[in-house]
Design a protein around this ligand. Structure first.
Ligand code: SF4
Length: 197
């Protein structure tokens, strides 16, 4: 599993399959615990991620860490990744063709990691994983069973950085994730056994 994830990382590092490779400084592969049961999927790198080649660093990373703490989760137990891996010029949104070209990296990561829960952060990640255009709002903070894992959509933490009025909603989503982890009989450990989450 670790080898497969490393192989995906290496492919992303040299990828030039779409025009975004021209605007990036560093591509941003997923990173985290190769045994993670929970995966978070953001939209794509921001400026800090582009500089460092790491996902969820800078202000968005600090904010995410606060939200994870509210859900009783630690970054070291998770896998953090994105739909696209290279920063577009002037921070525009990735185009549909760029998303489609980059998507196999995410699908390969999911296949390699076998997560129990995949948390799309925002509409772009949710739409890709449901394979149809989908707004995050009706689904945020609730679990959607799929064949291989639960989808648990959340508002993207960056939304609250752009609009502080959304902070409470983002927090609510992460608290709902905690409730789901504590309540679901499949995910809940038997009495006396340590929680995976
Ligand atoms: S965004 Fe994805 S497909 Fe496009 S160049 Fe970067 S890694 Fe390759």
């Amino acid at each position: 599993m670790k080898e497969k994830l490393e192989e995906i990382r290496q492919r992303i590092r040299v990828c030039a399959k779409c025009s975004l490779h021209e605007s990036r400084k560093k591509p941003v592969p997923g990173e985290g615990n190769p045994k993670a049961k929970i995966m978070f999927v953001g939209q794509g790198p921001g400026r800090n991620e582009d500089e460092t080649g790491r996902p969820f660093v800078g202000a968005a990373g600090v904010f995410l860490d606060r939200m994870l703490k509210a859900a009783g989760l630690k970054r070291r137990d998770l896998w953090l990744t994105n739909v696209t891996r290279c920063l577009p010029l002037e921070g525009r949104r990735p185009r549909a063709t760029e998303i489609k070209t980059c998507a196999p990296f995410l699908l390969d990561e999911i296949q390699a990691l076998h997560p129990e829960i995949v948390c799309p952060l925002g509409s772009m990640a949710l739409s890709l994983l449901l394979r149809k255009p989908t707004r995050i709002q009706p689904f945020r903070g609730t679990a959607i069973p799929t064949e291989n894992y639960f989808l648990f959509p959340l508002l993207h933490p960056a939304a609250a950085i752009r609009n502080p009025a959304l902070e409470e909603k983002v927090l609510e989503d992460f608290r709902n994730l905690r409730k789901f982890l504590d309540s679901d009989p499949i995910l809940k450990p038997p009495p006396g056994q340590k929680s995976l989450f």
